[in-house]
Design a protein around this ligand. Sequence first.
Ligand code: SAH
Length: 355
Amino acid sequence: MNTKDKCITLLEQLEKQTVLSKEEYLFLIRHKEDCMEELSRMASDVRDRVYGKKIYIRGLIEFSNYCKNDCLYCGIRKSNHKAERYRLTKEQILDCADQGHALGFRTFVLQGGEDPWFTDERMADIVRELKKRYPDCAVTLSLGERSEESYRILKEAGADRYLLRHETADPDHYRKLHPQTMDWKHRVNCLYSLKRLGYQVGAGFMTGSPFQTEEDLAEELLFLKELSPQMCGIGPFIPHQDTPFRENPAGSVETTLFMLGLIRLTLPDVLLPATTALGTLDPQGREKGISFGANVLMPNLSPSDVKKKYLLYDNKICTGDEAARCIECLKARIKKTGCEIVTDRGDHKGGYHNV
Ligand code: SAH
C-alpha cells in the first residue's frame, strides 16, 4: 500500500471510531500533506452529522491580565513588567455581558490570568449575578488552576463550563514550557476534578510550542481520547516579544488544521473552536479551521480600552474592533464557508456514539 492509501485507511478507521495507536497517529502526522483534503472533508462531514452547519459563538470577556504564574510562552506572565495590568470591575464585566446578550451571545467566557484578587467569593458573586440576569445563558470560566473546593463553590454559584488547556500531554515537555514551581500532574488533576464536579470541560494545547515533537502531537490525541473533554481549544503558538520564547518560530497553520481534523474524528461530538491565534497567523485561519471540523468561535467582548492589554502573543487580531463590528465581520466570513453562526447556548451533545 502506498503512503496516501495507508493514510486514508487510517482516517477511515478513525471515522468509524476505531482506536488508533500512537504509531498510527504519528504516521498520519508525518504524512499529513498526503491526506489534508481527505481529512478536511471527513472532519467537516462528522461535524455536520453531529452539530449540522451551526457555528456557536462564545462572548469572551478578558477580565484581568494580572497573573501569578510565569509560563514562559505567555505575554501576561508575571515577569513581563512591560505588560500594562488591568482588572475589570464587576460592573464592567456585567456591561460586557449586557452588550453581548443584545448581540445574540448565549455563552459568556470569563477568562483571565491567575489573579488572586478574584477570590472564590468575588468570582462566585459575579457568576451568580450573570446567571440571575441571563438564565438563558451558559457561563464558562477560564481562571487557571484552583482548588477543587474553589471549583465546587463556582459550580454551585452557577458556572456551567470550564476551560483549562493542559498545554501538553507530556510532563517533560510541560517542564520546558513552565517554571519548575508549576506541575503538569496538578493541572491534569484539575481537569479531572472539574469533570467530576459536573462541568463541561475544555482541555487543549498549542501547536508548534517550543520543543514540541511530532511524537508529542501523537500523544495529544491519545491524551484527549482518554480524557474525553467536551471542548478542546487548540491554536498555534505565537511568540510574544517580551517573553523568553521571543525568538522561537510560530507554529504552523497546516499542522493546526491537521490536528483540528484529527481531533474532530477522534472525538466526534467535541466542541472545537477555530481560535483567534489561528486567525492571527493566517487571515483566513478561522474559516480554514471551520473547514477542518471546528464549530465554535470566541469573539472578544472586552471593553475596547483593555483589548490591547490582554496580549498573550504578538499581533493579535481584532483588538481594535467593537464587539458589534466583530460579529458582523464573522457572520459574513462564516457564510462563505457554507456554515452559519447561530444564537444558541451550544451545549455539548453528549452521548453521541453513532458516527
Ligand atoms: N490563566 C488561564 C488562561 C490562560 S490564557 C489558564 O491558565 O487557563 C489561555 C491560553 O492561551 C493558554 O492556555 C495558552 O494555551 C494560550 N497561549 C498563551 N500564550 C500563548 C502564545 N504565546 N501563543 C499562543 N497561545 C498562547
